[in-house]
Design a protein. Sequence first.
Length: 212
Amino acid sequence: MFVGHYGVSFAAKRAEPAIPLWVLFIAVQLLDVLWAPFVLLGIEKVRIVPGFTASNPLDLYYMPYTHSLVAAIGWSVVAFLAYRLAVRSAPPRAAAIVGLAVFSHWVLDFLVHRPDLPLYDNTAKVGLGLWNLPALALGLEALLLFGAMWLYLRHTARRTAMLAFGVVMLAIQAYVFFGPPPASDKAAAATALIAYAVFAVVVRALERRAVP
């Protein structure tokens, strides 16, 4: 899953307005934000196999440090503690929401990944495989993104720019699904990392603009 993760960001922002959206954008993608440099450093492994699934050419065969269930829980706890320490003035539940946002990544990945998500280490792999049903997978991404965005924007001024951003995000997702495969595993990781950074920067600017 890609842009669907950001739906959790908007829902979490609606639940706890004190958390900046850019923080939540990083939180929901933290496992992938870590995965990208781990792949670039050779710590985790991925192969580009065109046609591996109907909508994704990534054979994610070794990622125990970011995408195992045990690792996801661990990184969620790290995010909770980091937010508690970094933002001491925030409401107590804010750090818990950040931690849950991190863990939501594994839950949503479970829906779309083929069985390549290990429960621990690199064993007992699970995944429902919705990537093999591209229309359903893309529809789920759109529903999560725009459904949660609607909850957030109901009480927010200057909605047009944020909605346009959502459309651009979904268009990028469609390109990922139906466009050419990445040139290499390193290219896939680097592109993903850049996208996560750009999305966080853009949503930070849009959120600032929306403040009356």
